[in-house]
Every structure is written in structure tokens, then in C-alpha cells.
Design a protein around this ligand. Structure first.
Ligand code: F6R
Length: 251
């Protein structure tokens, strides 16, 4: 696991976008595993800039998103499908038919999970998986649990995740309580993983993920077992790691 510390969130976005751009340049038909949330926004902004400058071409890329809320339609402005369209897809030349995301409107969870696993398999797996991390160590929506989930699964979101998401909804009762998510095994099968995190609120979980015990109670800790993970964090998110286990930080 390589840990790169950037001076701030903007710089984090530049570094992470450079890594994704290198992937797409070297393999134009890359399958990009993508994440939503606040952490990757500066990364997406920088990818858009690169595209606009003529430095990046997504026309042969595929995308497979990590997760989607159960019950939200694609045009709901809190759905992850909507987020991806607004924050990346509509600004670049990726073909919408090459983008994939679990279908939050499918009520049959077993069917949807099997369908999404088949989609990822048909793509040949993920080349580069972009991840954020929850305060409790979740990746995708794989919440702390007794064991690591394998394929796509339906998750009952923990209260802390529901609370963290409440800021995006007008009413508390509108906050979804379930999500479909790629499983840990699928995430771990990605050839390369890029995790981004910023802000002091992420400092403790970044420390646990990088230097702590590998346990399904901190789902992201399993990334220690992957042989090609780059963690890009700003100074604030790196603070505890810097203090307690600086040997993990590059440079
Ligand atoms: C989003 C996702 C989540 C987020 C995590 C961090 O697709 O899979 O795991 O990455 O909840 O969210 P932010 O970036 O908003 O702090």
C-alpha cells in the first residue's frame, strides 16, 4: 500500500486524476470502477479539465460504479447514477452505454446482485477501482461486519452512515436505509486500487486502514492484502498516520 500525502484537497484531486489519466492513456479501453461522495469530486473536476484540454479520451473506457441506494430512480438527484452523470459523465466523452451502476429500482435483490456481478464479469473485471472511505471504514457500502462480503450485495446501512448522508436530503425520512454495493471480493479483484480521503474527520480511519489490524470490522483494512493500492490523502486525513506510523507514508 503506497500512501501519498498532498497539501490539500485540490492537490489530492490533481494527483488522483493523474493516476487515472495514466491508466486510461496506457489502456484506453480500461474498466474504471468509480465512487461517489464528496471525496472524489476534486478528482473528477481534474479529469474533466484534462478532457477539456484534449489530454484525455474516455471514448473507449467502461465504468462500473461501486454502489447505489435501493429505492432511488436514476433521475432522483440523490441517486448515485445522477451524481455520476452530473459530476463526470456529462462533461466527458465516455459513452453512457458503457457506464454501469446497480439498479436501485430493482426490488429483487438477489436478481440485481447477480446481474451486476455478471456485468462486471463480462467487462473482464475492473482495471482501476477508485474508492472513498466511510468514517467507519466502509468501502463501497460494505459496512463493518463479521465477515467480508464477496460479490454484489444488499446492505442495511448503519446508523452512522445514514446520519452522515442526512445532509444530502431534505427530510430525515427520505434518507435511504439500504444500498446495493459491489462486494469486498469484487473490489479486491480490481487490478489497481486508488483510495482518496480528505479532512480531519477521516484521520483516524485512515490510520486504522493503513496500520491497524485487518478485520471485517474495518472493511477497508483488507486493502492491506492487495498488491497495488495507492492511497492519496490530504494533510488533515494523514495527520494520525503521520503521528503514529509515519513509516507508511511515502517520501
Ligand atoms: C460512494 C461510496 C462510499 C463513500 C464513502 C465516503 O460510492 O462507495 O463508500 O466513498 O461513504 O464518502 P465521502 O466521500 O462523502 O466522505
Amino acid at each position: 500500500m503506497r500512501v501519498i500525502v498532498t497539501k490539500d484537497y485540490e492537490d489530492l484531486g490533481r494527483v488522483a486524476a493523474n493516476i487515472i489519466a495514466a491508466q486510461v492513456t496506457l489502456k484506453p479501453e480500461s474498466v474504471l470502477g468509480l465512487a461517489t461522495g464528496s471525496s472524489p469530486i476534486s478528482t473528477y473536476k481534474n479529469l474533466i479539465k484534462k478532457y477539456e484540454n484534449g489530454d484525455l479520451d474516455f471514448s473507449r473506457c467502461y465504468a462500473a460504479n461501486l454502489d447505489e441506494y435501493v429505492g432511488l430512480t436514476k433521475d432522483n438527484d440523490q441517486s448515485y447514477a445522477y451524481f455520476m452523470y452530473e459530476n463526470l459523465f456529462k462533461h466527458v466523452n465516455i459513452k453512457m452505454e458503457n457506464t454501469n451502476i446497480p439498479d436501485g429500482t430493482e426490488p429483487d435483490a438477489a436478481k440485481e446482485c447477480a446481474r451486476y456481478d455478471a456485468v462486471i464479469k463480462a467487462l473482464g473485471g475492473v482495471d482501476l477501482q477508485l474508492l472513498g472511505i466511510g468514517h467507519n471504514g466502509h468501502v463501497g457500502f460494505n459496512e463493518p461486519a463479521d465477515c467480508f462480503a464477496k460479490g454484489t450485495n444488499i446492505i442495511n446501512l448503519t446508523q452512522s452512515t445514514i446520519d452522515a448522508n442526512t445532509r444530502f436530503f431534505e427530510k430525515k425520512e427520505d434518507v435511504p436505509t439500504q444500498a446495493y454495493t459491489m462486494g469486498i471480493k469484487t473490489i479486491m479483484s480490481a487490478k489497481k486500487i486508488l483510495l482518496v480521503a480528505n479532512g480531519e474527520g477521516k484521520a483516524e480511519i485512515i490510520y486504522k486502514m493503513v496500520a491497524g489490524e485487518i478485520t471485517p470490522q474495518v472493511p477497508a483494512s483488507v486493502l492491506q492484502l492487495h498488491n497495488d493500492v495507492i492511497v492519496v490523502v490530504d494533510e488533515a486525513a494523514a495527520a494520525m498516520l503521520k503521528e503514529k506510523a509515519p513509516e507508511y507514508i511515502e517520501g
